[in-house]
Design a protein around this ligand. Structure first.
Ligand SMILES: O=C(O)C1=C[C@@H](OP(=O)(O)O)[C@@H](O)[C@H](O)C1
Ligand SMILES: C=C(OP(=O)(O)O)C(=O)O
Length: 435
């Protein structure tokens, strides 16, 4: 399917975007491995998290859907999974595959992890390396690409691992393997990354320490079932934070959004650009901070994005590039080479689309320079089958002078089912058509 967008519009109203994808994956994983029944509300019924859910069903875990986003997971305990009868297909999800690698390395049976064409082109050496040090045996395709064959029956040994890149997926993979390892498993990261794994493990009664940046846990414990309320995903909210910020006359309230400080780079960066964002009703829900976010139009200025914000906004850069295109002056992003190994090479894919719209930009190895403030045109945008590229260019239409056609939008359903209807309700002139 493709999105057709008419130029212009304003963004007004109130909305709750779907549940956090990172937490939804983790709620299925820890719920399945806990003792007792975990009730999850606000679960993201997007393809990525549903693929993780199916993987656990394939390993004998009973998971009941009670209603929209409401799920009961009947945990089987850390040693209770059964060998699946075939490969586990994790769809489009890097998070699903990398975290499952850590868990599957600790099982007594062999597993094959696979996914779609995008996932099968993404590097898994970053998780194979530390898991191999722990005693796991993992075979991959050339260049550490999936499908991965993980041999069961290896006893894992706790290690200390200094992460070579700021990656919550690698950190989580090592810590989850550590649940099955002898002794302590610890990691340090070059910069803080999202800490949902650590928080959720604690919520399941598992001790995880963080002493001066050394995050560690002791293997051989137990997870105790709990209730999890998944807040709205700030990565999905980001599209509308930018939409309202760039469109004169906009005033929007996004409710129940997760504002974990390891995820709020998008708020910090937009505020540095001059955005008018206020947090209301700040509260803590199940160990995660949550707030309602009000955003009103404000003229934006280009900035040098502070590098310490990069891991805290890593998934929000596609739409932040649209904010930069609408800002006065130059925005410079550096230190963001990780963007090249997401569902697409997001630096190259965004630069291609910005070129189509006539937005001056220069690609760097580890980032991009965008000169904002000139007119934004229209045209056909290729998404490279990347959900965030598709949604980012849909938002650009608010300030475009001509129609924008975003081709290949099916992957939007991986993280944001119902994006087009919600966007239309808030004022985006978007229609969906078959391609
Ligand atoms: O741990 C997670 O849930 C995620 C970590 C990030 O990936 P990296 O660890 O590769 O940075 C992020 O891009 C992804 O969308 C979700
Ligand atoms: C990078 C992303 O997800 P994943 O790595 O789980 O595919 C994303 O959702 O932007």
């Amino acid at each position: 399917m493709e999105f057709k967008l008419l130029p212009g519009g304003t963004i007004n109203g109130e909305a709750r975007v779907p549940g956090d994808k990172s937490m939804s994956h983790r709620s299925m994983m820890l719920g399945a491995l806990a003792e007792g029944t975990t009730r999850v509300t606000g679960f993201l019924e997007g393809e990525d998290a549903l693929a993780t859910q199916s993987a656990f069903r394939a390993m004998g875990v009973e998971i009941e859907r009670l209603g929209e986003g409401e799920v009961l997971v009947h945990g089987v305990g850390l040693r209770g999974l059964k060998a699946p009868s075939g490969p586990l297909d994790l769809g489009n999800a890097g998070t699903g595959m990398r975290l499952m690698c850590g868990l599957m390395a600790g099982q007594t049976f062999d597993t094959v992890l696979t996914g779609d064409a995008s996932l099968c082109s993404r590097p898994m050496g970053r998780v194979i390396d530390p898991l191999t040090l722990m005693g796991a045996e993992i075979a991959s395709e050339e260049g550490g690409r999936p499908p991965l064959v993980i041999s069961g029956g290896n006893s894992l040994q706790g290690i200390h691992y200094d992460l070579p890149m700021a990656s919550a997926q690698v950190k989580s993979c090592v810590l989850l393997a550590g649940l099955y390892a002898r002794g302590r498993t610890s990691v340090t990261e070059p910069a803080p990354t999202r800490d949902h794994t650590e928080r959720m493990l604690r919520g399941f009664g598992y001790e995880v320490s963080n002493e001066n940046g050394v995050i560690s846990l002791q293997g051989g414990g137990r997870l105790k079932a709990t209730d999890i309320d998944v807040p709205a995903d700030i990565s999905s909210a980001a599209f509308f934070l930018v939409a309202a910020s760039i469109t004169p006359g906009s005033d929007l309230l996004l409710t129940h959004v997760g504002i974990n400080p390891t995820r709020t780079g998008v708020l910090n960066i937009l505020r540095l650009m001059g955005a008018d964002i206020t947090l209301k009703n700040e509260r803590e829900v199940g160990g995660e901070p949550v707030a309602d976010i009000r955003v009103r139009y404000a003229p934006l200025q280009g900035i040098d994005i502070p590098e310490d914000q990069v891991p805290l906004a890593i998934d929000e850069f596609p739409v932040l590039f649209i904010a930069a295109a609408c800002a006065e002056g130059r925005t410079v992003l550096r230190g963001a080479e990780e963007l090249r190994v997401k569902e697409s090479d997001r630096i190259a894919a965004m630069a291609e689309g910005l070129d189509t719209l006539g937005v001056p930009n220069e690609v760097l190895d580890d980032g991009i320079i965008i000169d904002g403030g000139s007119p934004i045109g229209g045209g056909e945008i290729r998404t490279h089958m990347d959900h965030r590229i598709a949604m980012a260019f849909a938002i650009a239409a608010l300030r475009a002078e001509k129609e924008i056609y975003v081709l290949d939008c099916d992957h939007v359903a991986t993280s944001f089912p119902g994006f087009d209807a919600l966007a239309r309700g808030l004022g985006l002139q978007i229609t969906v058509q078959a391609d």
